[in-house]
Design a protein around this ligand. Structure first.
Ligand SMILES: Nc1ncnc2c1ncn2[C@@H]1O[C@H](COP(=O)(O)OP(=O)(O)OP(=O)(O)O)[C@@H](O)[C@H]1O
Ligand SMILES: [Mg+2]
Length: 481
């Protein structure tokens, strides 16, 4: 009889799923035992000494998450893969932090399972992840996701939360960078410490320096009293440096010093102060490109991106949309004290097809608007009409190679795209573009953008309303260079 590759224990209350897995893993050459509860599994592990336990999360009695630390404490060298039919962030992070090797979702992708088991059984020395008991993290700010990319992100959060490494979070606006930063802090050993956010783009340089590092009394005009900065306030916690790509060269140099020496000097102070705050940074610009262009210090970049978490845009993970809709709706209902819990099926399919240039934030805004305007408890197509009608101009845009576009072309295309998305709603367009109403009117005039026939635009009440509405062509009208 050939030697077995190793011994695997499957713990799952679903008997059929256990048998199917057992059959598959046996044909792969493993010795496989099954158990239907955590306690049965622990007893079987004492008898069989498996190298790997495949542990289901939801089981009657003790859950897999409760069983995981027991397995790891009793058999410190055992490998554990968690399986679940649910897709929430907190259990993924918790499982990884309690020493699970991996986290696989049902229905189980056999290739994924085979890769993980092969990796586990071929590994020589294993790293044992620190185990830790903690109250269940607060449900607030919980991220939902079904996509493979996001689940990998949850795993990374679980792995890095407890180490002091600097994490750089990248991704388009509205993809959830700040939520990820919160999740890292919330699941770290310093979770009880403060989470302090600094927007590096919001302030002028001197104010930003004082905001970050603090100042002594009289350090500059207006410094009437000594003020601690955000680095001091983040002592024993985390500091979140948002929009880090916007830092000026001077501030880049000062930040580099904090990261290298772990100390900073408040403005006007003689002595530097020690900092133990964990640094988490975020940006929606391509920092590596900024480095190549000489706009961002290379040494700082490498200090920041010890671990990089990239959040893909929503249009690249459409499978997350339905889950997000349910979570966001629940949140909105709570906030607005409403019970809008249903969506017609055509609405879901519209939401899944749309490109979401503003990502999850835009989705949340669209749902908020729909709930506000919804007379009953069902969201119907007319409530998200602008999204259903939108034939996003992405395809037009993609027809012309980007290198042939001028900045003006891109601006024009983007303004038109957002106008189409909002059905030429002035308020929403300004909100998405982050511009004032007069500026939007000027841009519409400047680019000669015209609403298509039949569209009621709230721009028409303005004095300098869109002119020349006889021209019904609202196409991009791009100029090729
Ligand atoms: N996976 C998710 N699950 C639930 N809510 C999410 C998720 N991702 C983002 N959100 C929600 O979308 C909104 C935008 O998220 P967040 O502020 O973290 O984005 P961001 O990437 O920091 O955006 P910006 O670059 O514009 O600052 C928030 O309301 C957040 O709660
Ligand atoms: Mg943000």
């Amino acid at each position: 009889m050939p030697t077995k590759k190793g011994c695997i224990l499957i713990v799952d209350d679903d008997i059929a799923s256990c048998r199917t897995l057992q059959l598959h893993l046996r044909t792969e050459g493993y010795d496989v035992t099954i158990a239907h509860s955590v306690d049965q599994g622990l007893a079987a592990a004492h008898r069989q000494c498996p190298e790997l336990v495949i542990l289901d999360i939801r089981m009657p009695g003790k859950s897999g998450l409760e069983g995981l630390p027991e397995f790891k404490q009793t058999f410190p060298h055992i490998h554990v893969i968690m399986i679940t039919a649910f897709h929430d962030m907190d259990s993924t992070i918790e499982a990884m932090q309690h020493g699970a090797e991996d986290y696989i979702h049902k229905p189980i992708d056999i290739d994924e399972l085979d890769n993980t088991t092969a990796r586990i059984f071929s590994a020589d020395g294993q790293t044992i992840v620190e185990t830790r008991h903690e109250d269940k993290a607060s449900q607030l700010n919980t991220m939902v996701a079904r996509s493979h990319a996001m689940k990998e992100i949850f795993k990374t959060i679980g792995l890095v939360a407890n180490s002091p490494v600097t994490v750089l979070i990248t991704g388009e606006s509205g993809t959830g960078k700040e939520l990820v930063a919160h999740a890292i802090h919330r699941t770290s050993n310093n979770a009880r410490g403060p989470f302090v956010a600094v927007n590096c783009a919001a302030l002028v340089e001197t104010l930003l320096e004082s905001d970050m590092f603090g100042h002594e009394k009289g350090a500059f005009t207006g410094a009437v009293s000594k003020q601690p900065g955000k680095f001091a306030l983040a002592e024993n916690g985390a500091i979140f440096l948002d929009e880090i790509g916007e830092l000026s060269p001077v501030m880049q140099a000062k930040l580099l010093r904090v990261l290298q020496e772990k100390e900073f000097t408040p403005i006007g102070a003689k002595m530097p102060q020690h900092s133990n705050a964990r640094v988490i940074a975020a940006t929606n610009v391509d920092l590596a490109a900024q480095v190549r262009k000489g706009l961002f210090r290379e040494d700082l970049y490498y200090r920041l991106c010890v671990v990089t978490i990239h959040l893909p845009p929503l249009r690249e993970r459409r499978e997350d949309i339905a889950d997000l809709v349910h979570t966001l709706l629940a949140r909105i209902n709570r906030q607005m004290n409403r019970k809008v819990t249903q969506l017609s099926s055509d609405v879901i399919s519209c939401l899944e097809k749309y490109d979401w240039p503003g990502n999850v934030r835009e989705l949340a805004n669209a749902l908020e608007k729909a709930v506000a305007l919804c007379p009953g408890n069902v969201i119907t197509q007319n409530l998200i009409g602008n999204i259903c009608d939108t034939t996003t101009p992405t395809s037009d845009v993609e027809q012309i190679p980007l290198t042939e576009w001028s900045l003006e072309d891109i601006k024009k295309a983007h303004v038109l795209r957002v106008l189409k998305t909002t059905h030429w709603h002035k308020g929403h367009t300004c909100e998405i573009l982050g511009v004032s109403r007069p500026r939007l009117r000027r841009m519409i005039k400047h680019f000669g953008l015209i609403p298509p026939e039949g569209i009621q635009t709230d721009l028409e009440d303005d004095n300098d309303q869109v002119e020349n509405s006889s021209n019904k062509n609202s196409g991009l009208g791009l100029v090729k260079k």
